[in-house]
Design a binder for this molecule. Structure first.
Ligand code: RBF
Length: 231
């Protein structure tokens, strides 16, 4: 980070990730940068104790699709396979549910032993047979990390996408009460994006995905505590 004062404010408290279940929703535009950021986030989650089978990856085409996918990840399922939101039942029909998936995929929070088809962390043989840790209030995830990369040079409507996506992600977290970590890089150049993912060509840089992993564990833990009236 050089001698800048602007960096991730590390908190001295240690947060235990072992009871947490975290979704990472990422866009596929600017893939090499995305891959590095996702790897950084996963590494930090694991370092904090989050179990591999409790880290679920979902991908969407571009950053513009992140808010809807994150919103679906915050909804509490009921046992008949409908998502409950604001008192209205909605059948799962979204693209978030992948080919071969059933409506029970998001029922992990209920402890129902149906294999998940959501993409587990790469190399996780355990993911197909191990079942997720229940989350409070039957929410499928304790936190959702939204990861996207927008490069100004490559999109005419950079500002529109940045602004709408950041507002929508904030709305998802406030409406749901589930922390949504803002992992959308908005870079002026490709080099700037690479550097923020720790894979810069001149200066390697710092991988911001690591910060997002740490932020997810902290916020998920705090929200659990606040939910128990512990302040
Ligand atoms: N999505 C990104 O995540 N990053 C980008 O840099 C990006 N650039 C785009 C540039 C153009 C001209 C268009 C049309 C789309 C771009 N998208 C980008 C995709 C966008 O987020 C979304 O997936 C598509 O517009 C489909 O809704």
């Amino acid at each position: 980070m050089g001698d800048t004062v602007k960096n991730f404010p590390q908190f001295t408290d240690k947060f235990d990730g072992s009871p947490l279940r975290i979704a990472i929703v990422h866009a596929r535009w600017n893939k090499s940068v995305i891959d590095a950021l996702v790897a950084g986030a996963v590494a930090k989650l694991k370092e904090a104790g989050v179990k591999e089978h409790n880290i679920v990856l979902q991908s969407v085409p571009g950053s513009f699709e992140l808010p809807l996918a994150c919103q679906r990840c915050t909804l509490a399922p009921n046992i008949s396979g409908v998502l409950l939101t604001r008192g209205i039942s909605r059948v799962i029909t979204g693209s978030l549910v992948q080919a071969g998936a059933s409506a029970t995929d998001l029922l992990g929070g209920l402890g129902i032993t149906t294999p998940r088809s959501a993409t587990p962390v790469a190399g996780s043989a355990a993911a197909a047979t191990t079942f997720p840790t229940p989350t409070p209030h039957n929410r499928p995830f304790d936190a959702v990390i939204a990861i996207g990369v927008l490069i100004k040079g490559s999109t005419m409507h950079f500002e529109y996408i940045c602004e709408s996506v950041s507002h929508a992600l904030m709305r998802v977290q406030l409406d749901s009460g589930v922390p949504v970590i803002f992992g959308v890089l908005t870079a002026l150049t490709e080099d700037q994006a690479l550097e923020r993912a720790g894979i810069g060509r001149l200066t390697k840089g710092h991988n911001h995905g690591e910060d997002w992993g740490a932020a997810a564990v902290e916020m998920a833990s705090r929200v659990r505590r606040w939910g128990e009236g512990k302040f």
